[in-house]
Every structure is written in C-alpha cells, then in structure tokens.
Design a protein around this ligand. Structure first.
Ligand SMILES: *Cc1c(COP(=O)(O)O)cnc(C)c1O
Length: 493
C-alpha cells in the first residue's frame, strides 16, 4: 500500500471544500444554531475531514487489507481461540428482522428474539450442567465480574459478610485477579505444581489460614498450559467445606464442548466467552459476550433483566424487578448480535457434531506439539488439550527469542501465537490451532516453524530484523508502552 497516496489517517487526505455527497435541497426551512443555548454551541466548526467518496473508499479498503484475521490465514493464538466464524452466522445476524428491533419495543412484538435468547440460555445450561444462564455480560472479564457479584450477593444474602477473599491460581488469566479486585474482593494466590496444575497442599493451607473469609475460588480448566486439572473434585470438596463457592473460567470451553461439564465437576458459577468457543469473531476490543451460568439455587441472584418463560401463557417475559438479584450489569440484554451468531453456530453443528469440536481441537494441538518438540522446547510433557506451551527454541545458543520467532512468522503469512504468556516460563509461546484447520494448513505451519528454527542457527540476523514484509516493521514495544501516542493532533498535519 502506498501510504502517501492513501494516507495513514483520513485527516491527512482532507482538502477544504471536497465533498463525497450532495444533499437534496432542504424543503423544510432551516434551524438557526442561535436557537440553541450558548453553552450547547461549539466555538468553532468541528475539524472534520473533507474528502471525495473514492478517496474514502480507497483509504478504508487499503487499511482493511493491512489487517490479519482468521479469514486471511492461520491464527494459532493460544488462550484466545481464534476460530473460524461461518458465513451463515453473519447472514443470520444481519437479518433485518433482528437488526431493526428496538430493545424497548413491547415484548409481544419480539418474542422471536427473546426465544433465541432463551434457547441459547437453555443450550448453554445443557452443555455445562448448570441450571440457568444470563447472556447480559458483554465480555469474558465482564462475565467474571458478574459471576463474582453472584457469589458476593449469595454470601450477603446469608449475612456472611466476612467472605471477601478469592483464591486464584498463579497461572490464571490476568482478568481473574482484575475482576476480583473490581468486585471489591481480595485476591489470594494459590501456587502451581511443577506440572502447572493447582498445588492442593498449598490450597489446604490457605483455606485453613483464611477460615470463614473465603468467598470462593476461581479456576480455569484446561488451565493456561492446556492441561486438564485432575484434582477438581477434591479441590471443589475442600472449597465447599470451607464455605466458599467454585468459579469456573470457561473462556476456553472448546475442548470440553459436549465432552464434560463444569456443573458435574462441582462448579457453582461460570462464564463462557461466546466470542471464542462459539465462533463469533473477536479481537480489537469487541463486541463480545460473556454469559454467566449458575447451579440450582443461585438463579435468583443473576442480574436483571432476565428472560423467563411463563408456563401459563407460553410466552417469554422480561423480569426486571427481582429483589434478590444483584441488579443490572449493562444495557438491556448484552450484545444480541453475538448471541445470534452463537446460537446459529450451535444449531448448525447440532448435538452430535458439537461433540467432535473438542477432540479435533485436541488432536490438532497434540499433532503440532509432537511435530515440533525436537526443535522447540516443551517444558511440560504429556497429552495436552486444545492448546500447549513451548518455552522458545530448544537451541538456546542462537540468542533467538520467542519474540523473534513470532515476528518472523508474520513474514511467512501466519499470525503469531500468544507469546510471553503464561508467565510460568521465560520464552512462552502458546499455540492453539482450533478444530477448523485442515491437515495441509497445519503441516504448512509446522514446516514454517521448522524453517524458522533453521534460520535461527544459520541466519539469525534475518530473525532479528523480522518482520520484513509487513506494512509496519518491528515496533519499539518499550517506547510504545512508556510513551504511547494515543490521539492524533491536528498540528501534526
Ligand atoms: C479471553 C479470556 C478471558 C477474558 O475474556 P475477554 O472477553 O477478553 O474479557 C478470561 N479468561 C481466559 C482464560 C481467557 O482466555
């Protein structure tokens, strides 16, 4: 792309007086801005870009082509499940019958939309073994916050106000401690064993030390190393005996879909990321959806509004005034477009095929792991679930880091895996292929990863300079973090 011609910013292409439209003559008389109160009026015209239509189209089309998504190529981003979003999801989400709805219109006129909402709630409850879901939260972290609010409201309803501590493993996703803090709870870290799973002895000790103060424990399973936590029944028993509730971070439910259910393992509250496991596209900040499910007995604490089926008239109703509820967590019913995509995805897979997702994602991850472990360091051996972690190249003498490998992958047309997370290893590289990729695509990725390992010893400078073929070369991430330039200033023009 020629940045000079098409501009990095639309403002750089602006010429006073250029237009991309012409409005019909105004037949209704004009409204003088003088009729507005002075404090509502601007001092001067807004500095808006002035461009012709073709310039605008080229500018945005070229920018869109600088982007990389699952529709461009392989995107093995661990923990974030960048799975393919089938076209049918988009067709359904774009139906005017859905897009033209207004959240305040009478419920008898939007029974279809409420039914989609209700049926997805029911499907998620069936898939997870929990009693009821809310689809109101708009992200995974938002779901965590909502779920923790359910737990807090539950303890408060029993006048058990001393329970303000949440136990979280040191391998957890960063949003876990952040959500707990936002909820006003104090984070207690439980250590991992050398194999990355929760250290039960450490947990026992913490539960004894903070007797009567533990609100609950948050767990991710499979954990951030892609390993199934074997001790969940025991952990759940210990936490329950101590009076706490078990929270399941189900952002990465992919390997579990239709195979096993958090509700059966002793979890009381969980969230799911529809924008990971249920195929809605994500990245760049949204829109997402983080449904929260609870076991029987905790339903009244869920946020309002709630979609409930009225058995007597067979209609779906919206419950807004439940005194036990924790209250509202956002506008109306969350991101309905994401709900539609998730429901379309589930229906198009069906009950039988949904069971294939986890095993195929697991097979793909293990195939990559075993095909590359002679050149990349595998810190924890054994069968993984849908993702796994390498600790950089095996040959540490080359000085080539995980960052260099990730940057070089961009030159070969692949998105980089998640890097430097989890924090348990210095050169972490977290790879998640998902179930959708063909053997040819995966073999292509394996071949490139091997080529890069070879380049690391034969032409290391190539990797240090990478990426060479992208619109922007390697950025100075320290500078970007320390002195970020987050707004455009007209004076730069
Ligand atoms: C992605 C993720 C989250 C957070 O989800 P957001 O929608 O990004 O807020 C939480 N936990 C785990 C394990 C995740 O992978």
């Amino acid at each position: 792309m020629n940045n000079k011609l098409y501009g990095n910013l639309i403002f750089e292409l602006s010429h006073p007086g250029r237009r991309g439209y012409s409005l019909p003559t105004n037949r209704f008389g004009s409204y003088s801005t003088n009729q507005l109160a002075p404090e509502l009026r601007r001092g001067e015209d807004a500095a808006l870009p002035e461009c012709d239509e073709l310039t605008v189209v080229r500018h945005y089309t070229n920018h869109s082509q600088n982007n990389f998504g699952v529709n461009n190529g392989f995107y093995p981003l661990g923990s974030c499940t960048m799975k393919y979003n089938p076209i049918i999801n988009e067709e359904i989400a774009a139906m005017p019958e859905f897009t033209a709805l207004h959240p305040l219109q009478p419920i008898e006129t939007c029974q279809g939309a409420l039914e989609v909402y209700y049926r997805l709630q029911q499907s998620l409850a069936a898939l997870t073994g929990l009693s009821e879901f809310t689809l109101n939260p708009c992200a995974g972290a938002h779901g965590e916050l909502t779920g923790l609010m359910v737990i807090r409201t539950y303890h408060q309803s029993r006048s058990d106000e001393r329970r303000t501590k949440v136990i979280i493993p040191d391998s957890a996703h960063g949003t876990n401690p952040a959500s707990a803090a936002v909820c006003g709870l104090e984070v207690i870290e439980v250590k991992s064993l050398a194999d990355g799973t929760v250290n039960v002895d450490d947990l026992r000790e913490l539960l004894a030390r903070y007797q009567g103060e533990v609100a609950g424990m948050m767990m991710t399973n499979p954990n951030t190393l892609g390993l199934f936590e074997r001790n969940i029944p025991l952990i759940a028993k210990l936490v329950h005996e101590a009076g706490g509730l078990m929270y399941y971070d189900g952002a990465n439910l992919n390997p579990m879909l239709g195979v096993c259910r958090p509700g059966d393992m002793g979890f009381d509250v969980m969230h799911i990321n529809l924008h990971k496991t249920f195929s809605t596209p994500h990245g760049g900040g949204g829109p997402g959806s983080g449904p929260v499910g609870v076991r029987a007995g905790l339903e009244p604490f869920l946020p309002t509004p709630r979609v409930v089926l009225n058995e007597s008239d067979g209609c779906l109703h919206v419950e807004t005034d439940n005194p036990q509820s924790l209250g509202s967590v956002g506008c109306f019913f969350g991101n309905f477009g994401v709900v539609l995509r998730a429901y379309a995805y589930l229906l198009s897979l069906g009950k039988e095929n949904v069971k294939l997702v986890g095993p195929l994602a697991t097979l793909n991850a293990n195939y990559i792991k075993e095909s590359l472990r002679d050149v990349y360091e595998l810190p924890i051996d054994g069968v993984c679930k849908h993702e796994f972690v390498f600790d950089g190249l095996r040959d540490k003498s080359t000085g080539i880091t995980t960052m260099d490998v990730a940057k070089r992958l961009l030159d070969y047309g692949y998105h980089a895996p998640t890097i430097y997370f989890p924090l348990l290893f210095h050169e972490a590289m977290m790879i998640e292929p998902t179930e959708n990729e063909s053997k040819e695509t995966i073999d292509g990725f394996i071949a490139v990863m091997r080529t890069i390992a070879q380049e690391a010893s034969q032409q290391p400078q190539l990797l240090k300079d990478a990426p060479c073929g992208t619109p922007i070369r390697r950025v100075d991430d320290v500078l970007a973090a320390k002195q970020p330039i987050l707004t455009w200033q007209a004076s730069l023009k």
